[in-house]
Design a protein around this ligand. Structure first.
Ligand code: NAD
Ligand code: UDP
Length: 313
């Protein structure tokens, strides 16, 4: 049994990760500033004596004794990370340095939640994206605080690893969805489902031909834990995502069908620098972690719809 720090543990993915780690018998310390996370996401975990919550912002130093760190703290939805872009960069740089500092002092392993956004708007020669691709990222656009912030966070991990011998694991997470996303999260799956349940218009940005590959959260968390527990010396970066690729129009039609909604689709302007396509090459995760996703989009959407039906009333 380990004592594990999960930053951003009250968020969407973090809350599922805390639950899984507790289920395996670990002690979990969840820190979160509750910017996009909520206590509701972790309410049931408070009943477990091995769970502890600390309201804390990772840009401030934290003195703590733990065996492992999962660093997830950072808003992930474009409207939320663009709300205070300087804070987003500080979270990714100062926050990640703080976590790497703890890992250096305690000589422990740290898993950094990176993102497919490090690939930016990938060109056709790099589709699907594998870990060797350096990406196509605008350094001065409205998405840069997140994309470049996460790229620097990766750089910091590898510099702490080379310079100080810190034991790092870097996961590049592709679009993930599931229960515990906020109603106003702003990302596409939760937007479409909430709109469909409420009978509101389904807002497709652009012409709906842009693609994404959606991973159900249970699959993602399983890949994350496997990476944390992977062989010493395997640092990643390692893609974790579901390679099944869909256009946003296909996603909207699926959500309408699965909810039985009468909502109509409307087309709204495409946000600046919105990537045209994204699909993970997961060969490395298959080889090193023996991991691949098990939950198909329809099945995951049905579970997510059931969750939102419970919270939208
Ligand atoms: P989320 O917004 O639901 O969770 C992020 C959590 O971090 C929230 O609870 C928030 O309150 C907390 N947080 C933000 N800034 C903080 C700070 N400075 N100090 C302490 N806590 C802070 O998002 P999520 O989808 O659960 O994402 C979790 C992690 O996974 C993020 O690092 C994100 O970049 C990464 N990721 C997610 C996806 C995805 O599709 N969900 C894709 C790629 C990467
Ligand atoms: N999107 C959309 N309607 C929405 C929200 C998002 O069409 O209500 C589009 C968005 O423009 C992007 C895709 O869905 O092309 C995925 O957006 P999301 O914010 O979920 O993730 P990201 O762009 O960061 O991959």
């Amino acid at each position: 049994m380990d004592k594990i720090l999960v930053t951003g543990g009250a968020g969407f993915i973090g809350s599922h990760l805390c639950k899984r780690l507790l289920h395996e018998g670990n002690e979990v310390i969840c820190t979160d500033n509750l910017f996009t996370g909520s206590k509701a996401n972790i309410r049931e975990l408070f009943q477990n004596p091995n769970f502890e919550f600390i309201r804390h912002d990772i840009i401030d130093t934290l003195h703590i004794e733990v065996d492992k760190i999962y660093n997830l703290a950072c808003p992930a939805s474009p409207p939320h990370y663009q709300n205070d872009p300087i804070k987003t960069i500080k979270t990714n740089i100062l926050g990640t340095m703080n976590m790497l500092g703890i890992a250096k002092r305690l000589k422990i392993r740290v898993l950094q939640a990176s993102t497919s956004e490090v690939y930016g708007d990938p060109d056709n020669a790099h589709h699907p994206q594998d870990e060797s691709y350096w990406g196509n990222v605008n350094p001065i656009g409205i998405r840069s605080c997140y994309d470049e912030g996460k790229r620097v966070a990766e750089t910091l991990c590898f510099d702490y690893h080379r310079q100080n011998g810190v034991d790092i694991k870097v996961i590049r997470i592709f679009n993930t969805y599931g229960p515990n996303m906020k109603i106003n999260d702003g990302r596409v799956v939760s937007n479409f489902i909430v709109q469909a349940i409420k009978g509101d218009k389904i807002t497709i940005y652009g012409n709906g031909q842009q693609t994404r590959s959606f991973c159900y959260v249970d699959d993602l968390v399983d890949g994350m834990v496997r990476l944390m527990e992977s062989e010493p010396g395997f640092t990643g970066p390692c893609n974790i995502g579901n390679p099944s690729e869909f256009t946003m129009l296909e996603l909207a039609e699926k959500v309408i069908k699965l909810t039985g909604s009468k909502s109509k689709i409307v087309f709204e302007p495409l946000p600046q620098d919105d990537p045209k396509q994204r699909k993970p090459d997961i060969s490395l995760a298959k080889e090193k972690l023996n991991w691949e996703p098990k939950i198909a989009l329809d099945e995951g959407l049905l579970k997510t719809i059931a969750y939102f039906k419970g919270v939208c009333v």
